[in-house]
Design a protein around this ligand. Structure first.
Ligand code: DQA
Length: 147
């Protein structure tokens, strides 16, 4: 049984579509999931796509990924900028890890410029909207080959 790529989404990403559409676009999280499903199918991968508003749940899922996933794609939302707990969980994880953001946090408020997630990620994709998730799925094979 091939392992899925875990695609984990953090707080407030369940409100995509109605959340600051000038920043995040008008696609819903369901739309993002459908785009990821299509991209995964095209590259012969399977995905496990989840969202939680709770930091501890995200920590649990990152720990679960250690045995259950071949790679992790993480949009941690605001926890990106605050969570040492996510960083510590990511540091244990030996599979490819890609940080994704719909917007480009580096071009936004100063409090978004620090990313704890980046400290434990193999790569970061930001500012490309939903395409960032697709690019991350496509990047998994390259990271695996480079390992
Ligand atoms: C985000 C950027 C974060 O700064 C913000 O808190 C989010 C979404 C993005 O996808 O652009 O919730 O991760």
């Amino acid at each position: 049984m091939p392992k899925p790529i875990f695609i984990l989404n953090g707080p407030n990403l369940n409100t995509l579509g109605r959340r600051e559409p000038h920043i995040y676009g008008d696609q819903t999280l369901k739309d993002v999931e459908a785009a990821c499903e299509a991209a995964a199918q095209a590259s012969g991968a399977i995905i496990d796509f989840r969202q939680s508003n709770h930091e501890g749940t995200l920590v649990d899922w990152i720990q679960e990924a250690s045995d259950a996933a071949r790679a992790l794609i993480l949009n941690a939302g605001a926890y990106t900028h605050t969570s040492v707990a996510l960083l510590d969980a990511l540091r244990v994880l030996a599979i490819p890890k890609i940080e994704v953001h719909l917007s480009n946090p580096a071009a936004r408020e100063a409090f978004r410029h620090n990313s704890y997630v980046s400290l434990a990620s193999d790569g970061v994709i930001a500012g490309l909207g939903v395409y960032g998730y697709i690019a991350a799925i496509e990047a998994v094979k390259r990271l695996e080959a480079a390992a």
